[in-house]
Write a protein that binds this ligand. Structure first.
Ligand SMILES: [Zn+2]
Length: 462
C-alpha cells in the first residue's frame, strides 16, 4: 500500500499568539515522533506546494482571500472593518505569516487530492490540514482557509461521490455548509453538541438541502462518550453509508480534540469536557474506514494538548502503515513535553460519567438509518468536461526525513495570488441562505420539495 505524507518543516514556526490554544508547533512534534519511531522510510514524503490565492477562490470569496493576503499584525488597524466582516481578530487572530501558513496547510490537502486523483497513493496524510470551520467569506474556530473543501473540490474533478467523515469534537460545519446542497459529497460529522458548545450547529435534524437533502449526517453526542459506545455507533452508521452511497474516495478529518485529556480551558469556545477517546478508539475509526479499500485523504484538525495531539497522529500514522508503535516513546527532540512517563498511551480519566445512554444512542442510530435509507442511489452520474488540476503531481517535491524548521522568515507578499479574473472562477454555493431563493419544482413527477442546482460558474465541474 502506498502511503504519502505531506509535511513542511516551516509549519510549526507559525504562532497564533500568547495564550492562544492553537499551536502549529504540534505538527512539528507529530513529525518528530513519526521520525523517531522510524516510520519515515515507510512513507513517501512530500513537501507541499503552496496553495495560491487562485486555488483558494475555488471556494472562498476573492475579497476574503485578498484580505487574508494583505493583513498583517503591523497594518491591521487599517483593516478594522474587514476584520469584523470576516470574523478575524479574536479566536482567529491576525498573526505574522498567516497567509503563508494557510498556503502550506491547504497546499498539502490539495496536493494529497491530486495524488489520489492520479492513483499515485492509496492513503495520503496531511496532519497540518483539517481546518473544518472556515467559511466562504469568514474565518471561524481558528480556521482561515478551508483546506478540506478545497481538497474535496479537487477530488470531485475525478470522482463522482466523495465521503467526508469528521471525528473532531466540534461539528464540521464549514465542510457541511459548503456541500449541503449537493449529492456529490456526503458529510458525516460525529461531535459534541448542545449547551452552547461551539459552533452550535450539527443537530440530528440537519440533513442537507435541495439536491443534498439526506447527504449530511450529524451525530450529536454528549459528554463522557466512551470508545465502546462510539464504536457501537460509528461502525454500523459508516458501513451503511458506504453501502448505500458508494463513495469513490474518502476524506477523513481526524481532529484530536476528541481525545480524553484535551481541553480548551477558558477560551472563547468554552469547552469543558470531551469525548473519552483513547488513542486506540480514535485510530479505530480511521482503520475501519480504511477497511473499505477506498482511496483516503487523512487530515488533522483540532487538538489543543500538543503532546496528546502528537501522540495521537504519530500513532495513527503507524496504524495506517500497519505498524503498532511501542508504548515507550522513542528518544526525540521534545522529551520534556512528554513527561512524566514518556509513554505513548495515557491512562483515561476514571471519573467521567457517560451521558450518552444506550437508549439515546439507539435512538440516534435508528433516526440516522432512516435518513440514510432516503439517500437513494447516487450512482450512474456522468462527468462532463473536467477542469484542469490545481497542481501537477510532479510539482510535489519529495522530501527525506526532516525535522528541521527552516528559519528563513516568510518573504513579504509571498503568494501567487494573481488578483482579478474572479469572473472565471467558480462561485460556489453561498452557503448562507442561497437556497431560500430556490424555485420549487412543481412539474409532473416532482416531489414538490425545493430542488436547487448548485451554482458552479464553471458549470461543468461535475
Ligand atoms: Zn475541534
Amino acid at each position: 500500500m502506498q502511503v504519502s505524507y505531506f509535511y513542511d518543516p516551516d509549519i510549526g514556526t507559525f504562532y497564533y499568539g500568547p495564550n492562544h490554544p492553537m499551536k502549529p508547533h504540534r505538527i512539528t512534534l507529530t513529525n518528530n515522533l513519526i521520525l523517531h519511531y522510524g516510520l519515515y522510510n515507510m512513507l513517501e514524503s512530500y513537501k507541499p506546494r503552496k496553495a495560491t490565492g487562485e486555488d483558494m477562490v475555488d471556494f472562498h470569496s476573492e475579497e476574503y482571500i485578498n484580505f487574508l493576503q494583505s493583513v498583517t499584525p503591523q497594518n491591521k488597524d487599517q483593516y478594522a472593518k474587514q476584520m469584523q466582516m470576516f470574523n478575524v481578530g479574536e479566536d482567529c487572530p491576525v498573526f505574522s505569516g498567516q497567509f503563508r501558513f494557510c498556503q502550506l496547510y491547504a497546499g498539502g490537502s490539495i496536493g494529497g487530492a491530486v495524488k489520489l486523483n492520479y492513483g499515485l497513493s492509496d492513503v495520503v496524510i496531511n496532519w497540518a490540514g483539517g481546518l473544518h470551520h472556515a467559511k466562504k467569506s469568514e474565518a471561524s474556530g481558528f480556521c482561515y482557509v478551508n483546506d478540506i473543501v478545497l481538497a474535496i473540490l479537487e477530488l470531485l474533478k475525478y470522482n463522482a461521490r466523495v465521503l467526508y467523515i469528521d471525528i473532531d469534537i466540534h461539528h464540521g460545519d464549514g465542510v457541511e455548509e459548503a456541500f449541503m446542497m449537493t449529492d456529490k459529497v456526503m458529510t458525516v460529522s460525529f461531535h459534541k453538541y448542545g449547551g452552547g458548545f461551539f459552533p452550535g450547529t450539527g443537530d440530528l435534524g440537519s440533513v442537507g438541502r435541495g439536491q443534498g437533502k439526506h447527504h449530511s449526517i450529524n451525530v450529536p453526542l454528549k459528554d463522557g462518550m466512551t470508545d465502546t459506545a462510539y464504536e457501537m455507533l460509528f461502525k454500523p452508521v459508516m458501513r451503511r453509508v458506504v453501502d448505500v452511497y458508494q463513495p469513490e474516495v474518502i476524506v477523513f478529518q481526524s481532529g484530536a480534540d476528541s481525545l480524553a485529556g484535551d481541553k480548551l480551558g477558558a477560551f472563547n469556545l468554552l469547552l469543558t469536557l470531551l469525548l473519552r477517546h483513547a488513542l486506540q478508539g480514535h485510530a479505530e475509526c480511521q482503520q475501519y474506514m480504511m477497511s473499505f479499500g477506498l482511496p483516503m485523504l487523512v487530515l488533522g484538525g483540532g487538538g489543543y494538548n500538543i503532546a496528546s495531539v502528537a501522540r495521537c497522529w504519530a500513532y495513527e500514522t503507524g496504524r495506517i502503515l500497519g505498524v503498532e508503535l511501542e508504548d515507550e516513546l522513542p528518544e526525540n527532540d521534545h522529551q520534556s513535553l512528554f513527561q512524566p512517563g514518556a509513554k505513548l498511551h495515557l491512562p483515561l480519566p476514571e471519573n467521567l460519567e457517560n451521558l450518552n445512554t444506550r437508549q439515546y444512542l439507539e435512538n440516534l442510530q435508528r433516526k440516522i438509518f432512516v435518513n440514510i435509507a432516503r439517500i437513494g442511489s447516487a450512482t450512474g452520474q456522468e462527468f462532463r468536461e473536467r477542469p484542469p488540476d490545481a497542481m501537477a503531481p510532479e510539482d510535489m517535491e519529495t522530501e527525506g526525513p526532516s525535522d528541521e524548521a527552516d528559519d528563513s522568515s516568510p518573504p513579504e507578499g509571498d503568494s501567487a495570488w494573481p488578483g482579478g479574473d474572479s469572473g472565471q472562477r467558480a462561485q460556489l454555493w453561498d452557503g448562507r441562505g442561497r437556497f431560500e431563493d430556490a424555485p420549487l419544482e412543481t412539474g409532473p413527477g416532482s416531489s414538490g420539495r425545493a430542488r436547487i442546482d448548485l451554482d458552479y460558474s464553471r458549470g461543468e465541474l461535475i
